[in-house]
Design a protein around this ligand. Structure first.
Ligand SMILES: [Zn+2]
Length: 199
């Protein structure tokens, strides 16, 4: 599955959903406190298992191996991974048409309800407002948008992050990728339709 982490980033780059050093991905195996995450600033086209950083989750936060620099969005990944039980992958990308649709004023939750290819397989959460990249606020708001109000159980598969990207979760890297792909596809369709969002 560590190989799939690199494969997903290469595919995302091929699709134009990230520039070379953008995006990040993490993986936690069933009941494990080890979080595998992509390194900061690394070219995502050459991510292989030996480049993935092994972060230990601790009750107070995490322990990062000396000499390594995990993704700047580590905090977001930790929040989304900390309470997992089954294996979970978290993927953060910058998919062009999803970001364009949010920018144009479309509500991703309302859009997805209109398209069965998304609504049947992918639960879309409320969009996270514009917040600084790699900030605690972005990590916090993304987790809040993804989860049930009163628990730490995740309720949605994907949320948009306005003027920035998306965060998706799945049982493996490709599963999370597919949630992004489905939403990206309908956003492309909606933008091509020429319709404008209702004000
Ligand atoms: Zn980003």
């Amino acid at each position: 599955m560590l190989t799939a982490m690199g494969d997903v980033m290469r595919q995302a780059y091929e699709k134009g959903w990230i520039t070379t050093r953008d995006g990040n991905i993490s993986l936690c195996r069933r009941n494990s406190k080890i979080l595998y995450i992509t390194p900061s600033g690394w070219r995502k086209t050459i991510i292989h298992p030996e480049h993935i950083i092994k972060v230990q989750l601790t009750p107070a936060g995490c322990s990062i191996p000396k000499g390594t620099v995990p993704s700047g969005e580590l905090d977001m990944h930790i929040r989304l991974q900390r309470y997992h039980k089954p294996t979970r992958a978290v993927v953060h990308l910058h998919p062009t048409n999803i970001i364009a649709a949010m920018y144009a004023g479309w509500d991703l939750q309302e859009l997805s309800a209109e398209f069965p290819e998304v609504s049947r397989y992918t639960k879309v959460g409320p969009t996270v407002p514009v917040l600084p990249v790699t900030s605690v606020q972005l990590a916090h708001s993304t987790f809040q948008a993804m989860k049930e109000a009163d628990t730490n159980i995740l309720k949605y598969d994907i949320v948009g992050q306005k003027n920035h990207g998306v965060c998706a979760v799945g049982k493996n890297p490709w599963d999370a990728y597919e949630h992004i792909e489905r939403l990206e596809h309908i956003c492309e369709i909606v933008l091509k339709s020429g319709k404008s969002p209702k004000k």
